[in-house]
Design a protein. Structure first.
Length: 111
């Protein structure tokens, strides 16, 4: 049996500690990138408040960011097949663009 066959037969066991399992609520996201990574800042904001609080940051390699995008797209399609089309309540806010790493704040926040 070669290495590829051994890897295909293995199942990954995922462990989630209690603090992570509780999760965090996010209704706002900032996505930025540099040449080496994508940064997802998930935030929470209340209506009428001028400030959003980042509740989680995920840093991904570009390949993993693309895989995440594909997995989200597939899961949204599955959700809509089961529960119906997701209605967007209001127009999308403009997405944040990254700035070249030489002029960007840490992790290309766009400021």
């Amino acid at each position: 049996m070669n290495n590829n066959n051994q890897q295909q037969g293995q199942q990954l066991q995922i462990e989630v500690n209690q603090d992570i399992a509780r999760g965090v609520y996010s209704n706002f996201a900032i996505i930025s990138h540099s040449h080496a990574e994508f940064i997802l800042d998930l935030a929470s904001t209340l209506p009428g408040t001028p400030k959003a609080q980042v509740v989680s940051r995920v840093i991904l390699a570009p390949e993993h960011a693309k895989r995440l995008a594909m997995a989200l797209q597939e899961n949204v399609m599955r959700y809509e097949q089961e529960f119906g089309k997701i209605q967007m309540a209001q127009p999308q806010q403009p997405t944040q663009q990254s700035v070249p790493p030489t002029t960007a704040a840490p992790f290309g926040t766009g400021k």
